[in-house]
Design a binder for this molecule. Structure first.
Ligand SMILES: CC(C)(COP(=O)(O)OP(=O)(O)OC[C@H]1O[C@@H](n2cnc3c(N)ncnc32)[C@H](O)[C@@H]1OP(=O)(O)O)[C@@H](O)C(=O)NCCC(=O)NCCS
Length: 221
């Protein structure tokens, strides 16, 4: 039966939340095969990281460069969609720690001098070896975002559990990532057995970022 003209299907579907995960082998695969997904993802990414507590200064071009860098590795974009709006985002890439560590440090600290960037990488590698993560592939949790008005309703929890299902099925157990002391992601992973690889302030005084690694299976609980 046709719907009355004043009721649009999108209104009926407004409260339905769809959690889905998409795999991409390159940045151009994302932008050419799924341009709408890319626009929503970049929009949420920039709104989130340009706001407190991160206060970064992303624009479209910088975000395109950053996504291009991280998508040199096989990537997975997991979203929660409410109607046509993306209200949750998790991006993860898979690679050996020899691949993800340099890529991540260079992507997160594009403005820092090379010696600083190299020192951050060196210290992370030393610690990764200590915790036995150097011979294994890792799932790099690059970005995690839920818009402020939707936070505190376990959207991120659901998103994360969906995102890690696929790497775990492929036999990858380590999740590697950068976060900030005091951020929800720090709390979530701290409660579930993450291990600190580096407090960036040891290299860049006052910088609150930290690099961590954890067994993702702990996040399924
Ligand atoms: C991180 C973020 C995605 C969490 O989204 P969310 O949907 O509000 O999170 P949830 O409601 O699913 O909560 C997930 C966990 O975080 C905890 N949490 C949520 N907000 C928190 C806060 N402000 N401080 C500490 N912990 C918090 C919850 O208690 C829950 O932990 P639990 O599973 O152990 O009970 C969201 O706050 C965000 O987009 N922040 C800005 C971007 C960011 O910091 N991303 C992480 C970068 S590493």
């Amino acid at each position: 039966m046709p719907l009355p003209a004043e009721i649009r299907p999108s209104q009926l579907a407004g409260d339905v939340r769809i959690v889905s995960s998409h795999a991409f082998r390159s940045f151009s695969e994302l932008t050419s095969n799924s341009p709408q997904l890319y626009d929503s993802v970049v929009g949420l990414f920039m709104d989130t990281y340009n706001a407190p507590p991160w206060n970064e200064e992303w624009n479209d071009e910088m975000a395109g460069d950053y996504f291009g860098k991280l998508m040199q590795l096989p990537s997975q974009v997991t979203t929660v969609q409410e109607g046509s709006k993306v209200i949750g985002l998790f991006i993860g890439c898979t690679g050996s720690t020899r691949e993800v560590v340099p890529l991540s440090v260079e992507a997160y600290f594009p403005e820092e001098p090379k010696e600083i960037v190299n020192e951050i990488k060196r210290r992370i590698f030393v610690k990764i070896e200590e915790v036995g993560g150097d011979q294994k592939p890792a799932f790099w949790g690059c970005d995690f975002a839920v818009p402020p008005e939707k936070r505190g309703a376990v959207i991120a929890g659901k998103l994360l559990r969906e995102a890690i299902k696929y790497p775990i099925e492929k036999g990858i157990t380590d999740m590697y990532g950068m976060t900030m002391i005091g951020s929800p992601f720090h709390t979530i992973t701290e409660r579930r057995g993450s291990r600190m690889l580096l407090e960036v302030k040891d290299v860049l005084p006052k910088n609150p970022r930290v690099f961590k690694i954890m067994d993702m299976r702990g996040l399924l609980q």
